[in-house]
Design a protein around this ligand. Structure first.
Ligand SMILES: [Mn+2]
Length: 232
């Protein structure tokens, strides 16, 4: 059973690393061993933690600091958690360097795009014309909008569905896509909801939270099963 590292969120109020159990459950169900990777003030530990695991999940959380993608902070953007940004940038670099597979969820897909040189809409409601409310944070497993999967994508080979419903717990989204990435799936309003590398690099990203929907539709287990399989 492969070890899957879960990058923790940071609870600023309590000063502790946080991990929603839905990620843990999804990894177990996919046949992996979940290992929570805490936020630590030690650069050596960042890469050593990645060395220890076979695959990585970059999880959801607060907004990435705007200067990371060449912008000023939008008034509606979260107060940044600078040490999480720094740690996850270093971890992403090491994941790529070591060729380990990774699944990037919500904040994770945004991190991946920014790391690769793309940028974000810092607030969808303010900056993108749409009839969909993507920021339904309290609707954990709701069928909020559909995603259409690009049929020439690796992601289509993973999910094996052309279109399905997803939850939507984000107020930011990919604007300019990094040159190294391609779109795997769009929301019905045209926002980018899943990405993958153009090159053969085993890292994919989704904007929704599949870990919250695994009991509802088996399509949401497939990214986790893909990750575990890639580790073998
Ligand atoms: Mn959405």
């Amino acid at each position: 059973m492969p070890y899957i590292g879960l990058c923790a969120d940071w609870d600023s109020k309590k000063g502790r690393s946080n991990m929603p159990n839905s990620y843990v459950n999804a990894v177990i169900k996919a046949g992996g061993v979940p290992i929570i990777l805490p936020l630590v003030d030690d650069e050596t530990a960042w890469t050593k933690m990645i060395d220890l695991v076979d695959g990585v999940i970059f999880t959801g959380g607060g907004d990435i600091e705007a200067s990371r993608f060449g912008q000023e902070k939008h008034p509606k953007a979260d107060e940044p958690v600078l040490h999480r940004d720094s740690q996850e940038y270093a971890m992403m670099e090491h994941v790529k360097k070591t060729g380990k597979p990774a699944l990037c969820i919500c904040r994770g897909i945004q991190l991946l795009n920014c790391f690769e040189g793309g940028d974000l809409y810092q607030d969808i409601a303010d900056l993108y014309k749409t009839n969909i409310d993507h920021a339904l944070f309290d609707n954990a497993d709701g069928d909020v909008h559909t995603v259409k999967v690009e049929q020439d994508s690796k992601f289509y080979q993973i999910v094996k569905e052309k279109e399905f419903y997803v939850n939507s717990r984000h107020h930011q989204a990919i604007d300019r896509l990094a040159k190294s990435l391609k779109v795997s799936a769009y929301a019905s309003d045209g926002l980018i909801e899943a990405v993958e590398f153009k090159e053969d690099i085993p890292i994919i990203g989704v904007q929704w939270h599949p870990e919250s929907m695994i009991e509802k539709n088996e399509v949401h287990m497939r990214p986790f099963e893909w990750l575990v399989k890639q580790c073998g």
